[in-house]
Design a protein around this ligand. Structure first.
Ligand code: ADP
Ligand code: MG
Ligand code: MG
Length: 352
């Protein structure tokens, strides 16, 4: 009989719509000729208020690609749909907080049903830019200089604040990047060019998260490597993102035609190999599983390769970087989705 795959998509983060696009692509791949005899899809749509819907509505959202906007009155006492009991393996296709950060992974672990991708620790480490950078430093991976601060330091102490700004200037200089620790899609991130812009950037980042990271800005090419596997992960060819805008901000990421993917990136072989090696080390450092995309800055002028971040559930439409990197490395989309499910099953068997 067919394995019932619970597609979990939508979600409470700002990447709700991106999640729907990824889920549509994955649903299509699971219904392809190669996969349709193995898998039955059970779609679950998480509304923007956090409620789970099973049945016709999720199917409609998958078919149309349009988010559901008319929400029922928000209640904290909602139940999980009964159909959640029928799932053999979960495919959490969720990006950002409340999906990619270990919260859903904790719930699925409690259900004792296998799921695609990283577990609680790997997901949480991969979402938190501060924890992630600590793990990377421990693994000896080169990265930009950074400072961390809290919302409380930024908001509630007017005498400390100017000192903080002085410290940022003296340690990191300009331009620097101010980021909420736990987000994605460049939301809440600002490039700060002078002291006059610093306060507003910190204030804005603090509105998104309790913990803030500030980094030295580098002039570099942005290159990405896909990782696939569990205990013996593999690295894909390296891809590059090019764009005209000042940095890879939200608009550049999600406006058609603003960014181009170049696969494989035009890099010396030794640089490509070093990036692949660093990607595998980063994957292990945060305890990722199944899949991850590891992003780097390549400072061409000095030859430095700096790790920027790991994303444990990267964008997954047919044209997204992660599946494209594997397509160019010999694993087509339909096979990739199948193998990710197999990795999920393999992982549960091992931990038991
Ligand atoms: P997200 O998780 O939201 O993608 P990133 O840390 O990847 O956050 O930052 C988003 C983008 O901001 C990067 O792709 C890059 O264009 C720019 N950026 C971030 N940090 C730096 C930095 N230290 N130096 C230069 N550019 C940066
Ligand atoms: Mg990210
Ligand atoms: Mg990024």
């Amino acid at each position: 009989s067919k394995l019932r795959v619970g597609l979990l998509f939508g979600g409470r983060s700002g990447e709700h719509e991106v999640s729907i696009s990824s889920a549509r692509a994955i649903a299509l791949a699971l219904s392809s000729e190669e996969n349709a005899n193995k898998y039955e899809i059970l779609p679950f749509y998480i509304q923007k208020d956090g409620r789970w819907l099973a049945g016709d509505v999720p199917q409609q959202v998958l078919t149309s690609g349009v988010a559901l906007t008319t929400l029922a009155a928000i209640s904290k006492l909602w139940q999980f749909p009964a159909q959640t009991q029928e799932v053999d393996v979960w495919f959490p296709i969720l990006h950002g907080p409340n999906g990619e950060d270990g919260t859903i992974q904790g719930l699925l672990s409690l259900m004792q049903v296998p799921f695609v991708g990283s577990g609680v620790l790997g997901s949480a480490m991969g979402m938190d830019k501060i924890a992630m950078k600590m793990a990377f430093a421990q693994a000896g991976l080169a990265q930009v200089k950074y400072l961390t601060l809290t919302r409380a330091q930024i908001w509630s102490n007017p005498c400390v604040f100017p000192k903080l700004c002085d410290q940022i200037e003296a340690t990191l200089g300009y331009p620097c990047f101010v980021k909420p620790a736990n987000l994605g899609s460049s939301v809440g991130i600002a490039k700060v060019r002078s002291s006059s812009e610093l306060e507003a950037a910190l204030d804005n980042a603090a509105s998104y998260d309790r913990r803030i990271i500030v980094e030295t800005g580098v002039v570099a090419r942005e290159v990405e490597c896909a990782v696939f596997g569990n205990d013996q992960p593999q690295a894909s060819v390296v891809g590059e993102i090019t764009f005209e805008s000042d940095f890879y901000d939200y608009e550049t990421k999600y406006t058609q035609g603003q960014a181009d993917l170049l696969i494989p990136a035009q890099l010396p072989d030794s640089v490509m190999r070093q990036i692949q090696d660093m990607a595998l080390q980063a994957f292990a450092a945060v305890d990722a599983a199944g899949l991850a995309r590891v992003d780097f800055f390549y400072v061409e002028a000095t030859g430095e390769i700096l790790i920027n971040e790991i994303n444990t559930f990267p964008g997954f439409t047919a044209t997204s970087m992660y599946p494209q990197l594997w397509a160019k490395s010999g694993i087509p989309f339909t096979e990739l989705v199948d193998r990710l499910i197999q990795l999920a099953l393999e992982r549960t068997q091992k931990s038991e």
